[in-house]
Design a protein around this ligand. Structure first.
Ligand code: ZN
Length: 369
Protein backbone atom coordinates (compact mmCIF):
# COMPACT_ATOMS: atom_id res chain seq x y z
CA UNK A 1 0.00 0.00 0.00
CA UNK A 2 1.26 3.47 -0.81
CA UNK A 3 1.59 6.09 1.89
CA UNK A 4 -0.85 9.03 1.59
CA UNK A 5 0.37 12.54 2.16
CA UNK A 6 -1.99 15.02 3.84
CA UNK A 7 -2.70 16.48 0.40
CA UNK A 8 -3.90 13.05 -0.68
CA UNK A 9 -1.20 12.51 -3.30
CA UNK A 10 0.42 9.13 -3.08
CA UNK A 11 4.20 8.86 -2.93
CA UNK A 12 4.01 6.40 -5.80
CA UNK A 13 2.21 8.96 -7.96
CA UNK A 14 4.83 11.60 -7.19
CA UNK A 15 7.70 9.31 -8.02
CA UNK A 16 6.01 8.33 -11.30
CA UNK A 17 5.70 12.01 -12.25
CA UNK A 18 9.30 12.60 -11.23
CA UNK A 19 10.44 9.68 -13.38
CA UNK A 20 8.55 11.03 -16.40
CA UNK A 21 9.93 14.54 -15.84
CA UNK A 22 13.50 13.35 -15.53
CA UNK A 23 13.10 11.20 -18.65
CA UNK A 24 11.78 14.27 -20.50
CA UNK A 25 14.73 16.35 -19.30
CA UNK A 26 17.08 13.65 -20.48
CA UNK A 27 15.47 13.55 -23.91
CA UNK A 28 15.47 17.36 -24.11
CA UNK A 29 19.25 17.43 -23.91
CA UNK A 30 20.76 16.57 -27.30
CA UNK A 31 23.43 13.97 -26.85
CA UNK A 32 21.88 12.65 -23.66
CA UNK A 33 19.63 9.63 -23.83
CA UNK A 34 18.45 7.08 -21.31
CA UNK A 35 21.21 4.90 -22.75
CA UNK A 36 23.74 7.59 -21.79
CA UNK A 37 22.74 7.37 -18.15
CA UNK A 38 22.88 3.59 -18.40
CA UNK A 39 26.31 3.92 -19.99
CA UNK A 40 27.70 5.91 -17.08
CA UNK A 41 25.99 3.61 -14.59
CA UNK A 42 27.46 0.50 -16.18
CA UNK A 43 30.69 -0.88 -14.90
CA UNK A 44 32.93 0.49 -17.61
CA UNK A 45 36.56 0.62 -16.57
CA UNK A 46 37.26 4.09 -17.84
CA UNK A 47 36.41 7.05 -20.03
CA UNK A 48 39.05 8.15 -22.55
CA UNK A 49 39.60 11.91 -22.47
CA UNK A 50 42.15 11.90 -25.31
CA UNK A 51 41.62 9.90 -28.49
CA UNK A 52 42.52 10.43 -32.17
CA UNK A 53 40.24 8.60 -34.59
CA UNK A 54 42.47 9.56 -37.54
CA UNK A 55 46.20 9.95 -38.10
CA UNK A 56 48.50 12.56 -39.68
CA UNK A 57 47.22 11.72 -43.17
CA UNK A 58 43.57 11.86 -42.05
CA UNK A 59 43.04 8.12 -42.21
CA UNK A 60 41.98 5.92 -39.36
CA UNK A 61 39.54 3.60 -37.71
CA UNK A 62 35.93 3.44 -38.85
CA UNK A 63 33.90 4.79 -35.95
CA UNK A 64 31.57 1.74 -35.99
CA UNK A 65 34.59 -0.54 -35.66
CA UNK A 66 35.93 1.69 -32.93
CA UNK A 67 32.75 1.20 -30.90
CA UNK A 68 33.49 -2.52 -30.93
CA UNK A 69 37.08 -1.79 -29.88
CA UNK A 70 35.78 0.27 -26.91
CA UNK A 71 33.59 -2.71 -26.14
CA UNK A 72 32.49 -3.02 -22.55
CA UNK A 73 35.73 -1.54 -21.16
CA UNK A 74 35.51 2.11 -22.27
CA UNK A 75 32.36 4.12 -21.56
CA UNK A 76 32.87 7.52 -23.20
CA UNK A 77 35.53 9.00 -25.48
CA UNK A 78 36.62 12.55 -26.31
CA UNK A 79 36.85 12.12 -30.07
CA UNK A 80 39.05 14.01 -32.48
CA UNK A 81 41.14 13.69 -35.57
CA UNK A 82 44.42 15.53 -36.01
CA UNK A 83 44.45 19.15 -37.16
CA UNK A 84 47.60 18.71 -39.21
CA UNK A 85 48.20 16.85 -42.43
CA UNK A 86 51.65 15.45 -43.28
CA UNK A 87 52.41 16.34 -46.87
CA UNK A 88 53.65 13.63 -49.22
CA UNK A 89 56.42 15.35 -51.15
CA UNK A 90 57.75 13.02 -53.82
CA UNK A 91 60.86 15.17 -54.10
CA UNK A 92 61.57 14.39 -50.43
CA UNK A 93 60.55 10.79 -49.69
CA UNK A 94 60.04 9.52 -53.23
CA UNK A 95 57.55 6.65 -53.41
CA UNK A 96 57.50 6.31 -49.61
CA UNK A 97 54.18 7.80 -48.47
CA UNK A 98 54.70 9.10 -44.93
CA UNK A 99 51.88 8.74 -42.41
CA UNK A 100 53.62 10.30 -39.39
CA UNK A 101 55.37 13.61 -38.90
CA UNK A 102 58.69 11.94 -38.01
CA UNK A 103 58.84 10.06 -41.33
CA UNK A 104 59.55 13.01 -43.62
CA UNK A 105 61.04 16.50 -43.76
CA UNK A 106 58.07 17.72 -45.82
CA UNK A 107 55.84 20.23 -44.04
CA UNK A 108 52.57 19.82 -42.15
CA UNK A 109 49.55 21.99 -42.92
CA UNK A 110 46.24 22.70 -41.18
CA UNK A 111 43.49 20.44 -42.49
CA UNK A 112 40.16 22.02 -41.51
CA UNK A 113 38.07 19.31 -43.20
CA UNK A 114 38.87 17.10 -40.20
CA UNK A 115 36.04 18.81 -38.30
CA UNK A 116 33.45 17.93 -40.96
CA UNK A 117 34.82 14.40 -41.11
CA UNK A 118 34.50 13.91 -37.34
CA UNK A 119 31.02 15.48 -37.30
CA UNK A 120 29.80 13.18 -40.09
CA UNK A 121 31.30 10.10 -38.42
CA UNK A 122 29.47 11.03 -35.22
CA UNK A 123 26.22 11.62 -37.08
CA UNK A 124 26.44 8.17 -38.64
CA UNK A 125 25.84 6.70 -35.16
CA UNK A 126 22.56 5.95 -33.42
CA UNK A 127 21.56 8.31 -30.58
CA UNK A 128 22.59 5.70 -28.01
CA UNK A 129 26.00 5.32 -29.64
CA UNK A 130 26.45 9.10 -29.93
CA UNK A 131 25.98 9.41 -26.18
CA UNK A 132 29.35 7.67 -25.77
CA UNK A 133 31.30 10.33 -27.68
CA UNK A 134 32.29 13.93 -27.12
CA UNK A 135 33.54 15.20 -30.49
CA UNK A 136 36.14 17.98 -30.50
CA UNK A 137 36.99 20.73 -33.02
CA UNK A 138 40.65 20.81 -34.08
CA UNK A 139 40.89 22.11 -37.65
CA UNK A 140 42.07 25.66 -36.97
CA UNK A 141 45.40 27.48 -37.04
CA UNK A 142 45.92 28.86 -33.51
CA UNK A 143 48.22 31.59 -34.87
CA UNK A 144 45.34 33.10 -36.85
CA UNK A 145 43.05 35.74 -35.32
CA UNK A 146 40.28 34.08 -37.40
CA UNK A 147 40.70 30.73 -35.59
CA UNK A 148 37.88 31.52 -33.15
CA UNK A 149 35.63 32.29 -36.13
CA UNK A 150 36.33 28.86 -37.55
CA UNK A 151 35.34 27.22 -34.26
CA UNK A 152 32.17 29.28 -34.15
CA UNK A 153 31.34 28.32 -37.76
CA UNK A 154 31.78 24.62 -36.97
CA UNK A 155 29.32 24.89 -34.06
CA UNK A 156 26.77 26.68 -36.26
CA UNK A 157 27.21 24.19 -39.12
CA UNK A 158 27.05 21.06 -36.94
CA UNK A 159 24.87 21.94 -33.94
CA UNK A 160 24.37 19.18 -31.41
CA UNK A 161 27.75 17.58 -32.09
CA UNK A 162 30.79 19.17 -30.42
CA UNK A 163 31.79 19.41 -26.74
CA UNK A 164 35.22 20.97 -27.04
CA UNK A 165 38.29 21.99 -29.03
CA UNK A 166 41.58 20.11 -29.30
CA UNK A 167 43.83 18.45 -28.96
CA UNK A 168 45.41 21.47 -30.58
CA UNK A 169 49.04 22.43 -30.30
CA UNK A 170 51.10 25.50 -29.50
CA UNK A 171 54.58 24.13 -28.70
CA UNK A 172 55.39 20.56 -29.72
CA UNK A 173 58.76 18.98 -30.38
CA UNK A 174 59.37 18.34 -34.13
CA UNK A 175 55.82 19.45 -35.04
CA UNK A 176 55.78 23.23 -34.47
CA UNK A 177 58.78 23.87 -36.68
CA UNK A 178 57.31 21.78 -39.55
CA UNK A 179 54.35 24.13 -40.01
CA UNK A 180 55.13 26.89 -42.53
CA UNK A 181 54.15 30.48 -41.86
CA UNK A 182 53.62 32.29 -38.58
CA UNK A 183 54.64 30.26 -35.51
CA UNK A 184 52.02 29.48 -32.88
CA UNK A 185 52.71 31.19 -29.57
CA UNK A 186 51.30 31.38 -26.06
CA UNK A 187 51.69 35.16 -26.34
CA UNK A 188 49.49 35.37 -29.45
CA UNK A 189 46.21 37.33 -29.11
CA UNK A 190 44.76 34.76 -31.55
CA UNK A 191 45.04 32.18 -28.76
CA UNK A 192 43.40 34.57 -26.29
CA UNK A 193 40.52 34.96 -28.73
CA UNK A 194 40.15 31.17 -28.95
CA UNK A 195 40.02 30.75 -25.16
CA UNK A 196 37.64 33.71 -24.79
CA UNK A 197 35.31 31.90 -27.19
CA UNK A 198 35.56 28.59 -25.33
CA UNK A 199 34.72 30.43 -22.09
CA UNK A 200 31.70 32.01 -23.79
CA UNK A 201 30.39 28.72 -25.19
CA UNK A 202 31.48 26.20 -22.54
CA UNK A 203 33.68 24.24 -24.96
CA UNK A 204 36.41 22.27 -23.14
CA UNK A 205 39.92 22.95 -24.53
CA UNK A 206 42.59 20.22 -24.72
CA UNK A 207 45.89 21.97 -25.29
CA UNK A 208 49.18 20.35 -26.15
CA UNK A 209 51.99 22.59 -24.98
CA UNK A 210 55.45 21.23 -24.29
CA UNK A 211 56.78 22.50 -20.99
CA UNK A 212 60.25 23.14 -22.41
CA UNK A 213 62.29 23.04 -25.59
CA UNK A 214 64.01 19.77 -26.56
CA UNK A 215 67.50 19.20 -25.13
CA UNK A 216 67.88 22.42 -23.12
CA UNK A 217 71.43 23.36 -22.16
CA UNK A 218 72.11 23.12 -18.41
CA UNK A 219 70.64 26.20 -16.76
CA UNK A 220 68.73 27.26 -19.88
CA UNK A 221 65.69 29.32 -18.96
CA UNK A 222 62.45 27.28 -19.39
CA UNK A 223 60.74 30.31 -20.92
CA UNK A 224 57.57 28.39 -21.79
CA UNK A 225 56.70 27.89 -18.10
CA UNK A 226 55.80 31.50 -17.21
CA UNK A 227 54.10 32.03 -20.58
CA UNK A 228 51.87 29.02 -20.01
CA UNK A 229 51.13 29.99 -16.41
CA UNK A 230 50.12 33.50 -17.52
CA UNK A 231 47.91 32.15 -20.31
CA UNK A 232 45.92 29.99 -17.87
CA UNK A 233 45.64 32.90 -15.42
CA UNK A 234 44.39 35.23 -18.16
CA UNK A 235 41.47 32.84 -18.85
CA UNK A 236 39.99 31.78 -15.52
CA UNK A 237 36.64 31.00 -17.15
CA UNK A 238 38.07 28.72 -19.86
CA UNK A 239 38.35 24.99 -19.07
CA UNK A 240 41.88 24.04 -20.15
CA UNK A 241 43.12 20.44 -20.06
CA UNK A 242 46.88 20.31 -20.40
CA UNK A 243 47.65 17.32 -22.62
CA UNK A 244 50.04 14.82 -21.02
CA UNK A 245 51.49 17.46 -18.68
CA UNK A 246 53.61 18.95 -21.44
CA UNK A 247 56.17 16.22 -21.90
CA UNK A 248 56.99 14.22 -24.99
CA UNK A 249 59.41 11.89 -26.72
CA UNK A 250 62.39 14.05 -25.92
CA UNK A 251 60.93 16.96 -23.96
CA UNK A 252 61.59 15.90 -20.38
CA UNK A 253 59.82 17.14 -17.30
CA UNK A 254 61.44 20.40 -16.20
CA UNK A 255 63.24 20.54 -12.89
CA UNK A 256 60.66 20.44 -10.10
CA UNK A 257 57.86 19.83 -12.62
CA UNK A 258 55.56 18.31 -10.00
CA UNK A 259 56.07 21.26 -7.65
CA UNK A 260 55.32 23.61 -10.56
CA UNK A 261 52.15 21.66 -11.42
CA UNK A 262 51.09 21.81 -7.81
CA UNK A 263 51.51 25.59 -7.76
CA UNK A 264 49.26 25.75 -10.83
CA UNK A 265 46.65 23.45 -9.29
CA UNK A 266 46.68 25.40 -6.01
CA UNK A 267 46.33 28.78 -7.75
CA UNK A 268 42.83 30.20 -7.12
CA UNK A 269 43.10 32.00 -10.50
CA UNK A 270 43.52 28.66 -12.28
CA UNK A 271 40.62 26.60 -10.95
CA UNK A 272 39.69 25.51 -14.49
CA UNK A 273 43.14 24.09 -15.19
CA UNK A 274 43.29 20.30 -15.57
CA UNK A 275 45.93 17.77 -16.57
CA UNK A 276 45.42 14.70 -18.69
CA UNK A 277 47.37 11.59 -17.79
CA UNK A 278 47.76 10.13 -21.26
CA UNK A 279 50.27 8.97 -23.84
CA UNK A 280 52.88 6.30 -23.45
CA UNK A 281 55.54 9.05 -23.56
CA UNK A 282 54.26 10.53 -20.28
CA UNK A 283 53.94 7.09 -18.71
CA UNK A 284 57.66 6.42 -19.15
CA UNK A 285 58.50 9.33 -16.82
CA UNK A 286 55.77 8.54 -14.28
CA UNK A 287 56.39 4.82 -13.84
CA UNK A 288 60.19 5.08 -14.26
CA UNK A 289 60.85 4.39 -10.56
CA UNK A 290 58.75 3.70 -7.44
CA UNK A 291 59.68 7.23 -6.30
CA UNK A 292 58.45 8.94 -9.49
CA UNK A 293 55.25 6.85 -9.46
CA UNK A 294 54.63 7.68 -5.82
CA UNK A 295 55.25 11.40 -6.29
CA UNK A 296 52.73 11.58 -9.15
CA UNK A 297 50.19 9.50 -7.22
CA UNK A 298 50.55 11.82 -4.22
CA UNK A 299 49.84 14.84 -6.40
CA UNK A 300 46.72 13.23 -7.92
CA UNK A 301 45.55 12.14 -4.46
CA UNK A 302 45.90 15.74 -3.23
CA UNK A 303 44.02 17.16 -6.26
CA UNK A 304 41.68 14.31 -7.25
CA UNK A 305 39.30 16.59 -9.18
CA UNK A 306 41.95 17.88 -11.59
CA UNK A 307 43.29 14.87 -13.54
CA UNK A 308 41.74 12.91 -16.41
CA UNK A 309 42.93 9.66 -17.92
CA UNK A 310 43.32 9.41 -21.70
CA UNK A 311 44.92 6.92 -24.05
CA UNK A 312 46.21 9.36 -26.71
CA UNK A 313 46.01 6.41 -29.09
CA UNK A 314 45.81 7.14 -32.83
CA UNK A 315 43.54 5.06 -35.08
CA UNK A 316 43.94 1.73 -33.23
CA UNK A 317 43.18 -1.53 -35.05
CA UNK A 318 42.09 -3.59 -32.04
CA UNK A 319 41.34 -3.40 -28.33
CA UNK A 320 44.69 -4.83 -27.27
CA UNK A 321 46.67 -2.04 -28.95
CA UNK A 322 44.10 0.59 -27.91
CA UNK A 323 44.23 -0.25 -24.20
CA UNK A 324 47.79 -1.48 -23.67
CA UNK A 325 48.49 1.89 -22.04
CA UNK A 326 46.10 0.97 -19.22
CA UNK A 327 48.52 -1.79 -18.21
CA UNK A 328 51.47 0.60 -18.39
CA UNK A 329 49.79 2.94 -15.92
CA UNK A 330 48.81 0.20 -13.44
CA UNK A 331 51.62 1.02 -10.97
CA UNK A 332 50.23 4.58 -10.78
CA UNK A 333 46.60 3.48 -10.41
CA UNK A 334 47.65 1.09 -7.63
CA UNK A 335 48.88 4.00 -5.52
CA UNK A 336 45.78 6.17 -5.83
CA UNK A 337 43.03 6.41 -3.24
CA UNK A 338 39.78 4.76 -4.42
CA UNK A 339 38.24 8.23 -4.80
CA UNK A 340 41.15 9.63 -6.82
CA UNK A 341 41.23 6.57 -9.07
CA UNK A 342 37.51 6.72 -9.78
CA UNK A 343 37.72 10.44 -10.61
CA UNK A 344 40.84 10.05 -12.77
CA UNK A 345 39.41 7.17 -14.78
CA UNK A 346 35.74 8.22 -15.02
CA UNK A 347 34.30 10.86 -12.70
CA UNK A 348 36.18 13.97 -13.82
CA UNK A 349 35.48 13.19 -17.47
CA UNK A 350 31.76 12.91 -16.80
CA UNK A 351 31.67 16.09 -14.74
CA UNK A 352 33.57 18.24 -17.27
CA UNK A 353 32.04 16.89 -20.46
CA UNK A 354 28.46 16.73 -19.15
CA UNK A 355 28.81 20.40 -18.23
CA UNK A 356 30.31 21.20 -21.65
CA UNK A 357 27.46 19.42 -23.47
CA UNK A 358 24.90 21.32 -21.46
CA UNK A 359 26.51 24.75 -22.01
CA UNK A 360 27.39 24.29 -25.69
CA UNK A 361 23.88 23.02 -26.54
CA UNK A 362 22.43 26.09 -24.78
CA UNK A 363 24.81 28.39 -26.72
CA UNK A 364 23.81 26.69 -29.99
CA UNK A 365 20.11 27.00 -29.15
CA UNK A 366 20.60 30.75 -28.71
CA UNK A 367 22.73 31.25 -31.86
CA UNK A 368 21.74 28.76 -34.55
CA UNK A 369 19.15 30.47 -36.77
ZN1 ZN B 1 47.10 13.38 -28.67
Amino acid sequence: MTRKWTLGISVAAISTVAAILSARLLFAMPGATPQASQASAQAYELNDSHFHLTNYVQEGTNIHDFLKIMGSRVGRVALFGIPLQQMWDKGNTGDFAPTYYLQSDAPLYYYSFTDAFIAMAYRSLTPAERARFDPMITGFNPADMYAADHIRRVLLTFPGVFSGIGEFTIHKEFVSSKIPGKTASLLDPALDRILDFTAETGLVAILHNDIDMPFPKPGQEPWIVPQFRDLVRRHPQAVVIWAHAGVGRIVHPVKDQLAMMERGLANPQAKNFYVDVSWIELAKYIVATPESTGAMADLINRYPDRFLFGTDEVAPADQASYLKIVEVYQPLFARLTPEAKQKLLKGNYERLFDEARRKVRAWEAAHVK
